[in-house]
Design a protein around this ligand. Structure first.
Ligand SMILES: [Zn+2]
Length: 234
């Protein structure tokens, strides 16, 4: 199916990142991750009320995790498929930037990217390394240009998905002839509707996910296995 495809689009979720050691909200069980509540660190209202909570989480959990996480075989396989001209776009729910680290260029990030930090006033961008160092002397951190508050460029709970990215993801889905889901349980939107849309306009649908999904029954092929294993083989 991949080599017959003229326009392949991939949709990735937390499962592909989990195989690089990035725990999901629900899957997290150990140690320091548990000290922080996603209902607080990932919520816009809480962030505005108490930014120190997020930056504490960033310093202790997120930053070390991002520094150690590396793209796995699945990320690398997708980058290679793009380089060969087969894969045209990756739509992702992940915020860790691992697709880009693997070499993927066209990545539509529905939930933003936690490696990018922005000033909420003047939009100046910062890297996580800069802000991590800044935290030693300034907590919570502010913009060096205008003293505005900084935030990660991610979609918090309580915020809507970026319209332009969502629009582009929809267009790519309408255009493709092969839509492959990797590591998503396909329960939240738009994860639940994009594969249906692809299927309705005639694309083949492949699902690779460790657990069954509600859309398994409409897929052409389903693999209940690890993404890195499957795509490594491919
Ligand atoms: Zn600023």
């Amino acid at each position: 199916m991949i080599f017959q495809a003229k326009y392949m689009v991939v949709f990735t979720g937390a499962g592909i990142s989990a195989e690089s050691g990035i725990p999901t909200y629900r899957g997290a069980e150990d140690g320091v991750w548990h000290k922080y509540d996603p209902a607080k660190y990932a919520n816009i209202r809480y962030f505005l009320k108490d930014p120190k909570y997020y930056w504490g989480f960033f310093r202790e959990v997120r930053y070390p995790l991002l520094k150690q996480a590396e793209p796995n075989k699945a990320h690398i396989a997708l980058a290679k498929l793009e380089a060969k001209g087969v894969l045209r776009a990756i739509i992702t729910q992940n915020i860790d930037g691992l697709h880009q680290l693997a070499g993927s260029r066209r990545v539509l990030e529905l939930h933003g990217n936690t490696r990018r930090i922005l000033c909420m006033e003047c939009n100046k961008g910062y890297t996580i390394d800069t802000v991590y160092r800044q935290l030693e002397t300034q907590f919570p951190p502010t913009c060096s240009g205008c003293s505005g508050r900084l935030r990660p460029e991610v979609v918090f709970f309580g915020e809507s998905l970026p319209t332009a990215v969502l629009e582009e993801a929809t267009q790519e889905t309408r255009r493709c002839d092969l839509f492959m889901v990797i590591g998503s349980s396909l329960v939240v939107q738009p994860a639940a509707s994009l594969p249906v849309m692809a299927k309705q306009q005639g694309a083949r649908l492949v699902i690779i996910n460790k657990e069954p999904t509600p859309l398994d029954s409409i897929a052409d092929v389903v693999f209940h296995s690890a993404a890195s294993e499957m795509l490594g083989d491919i």
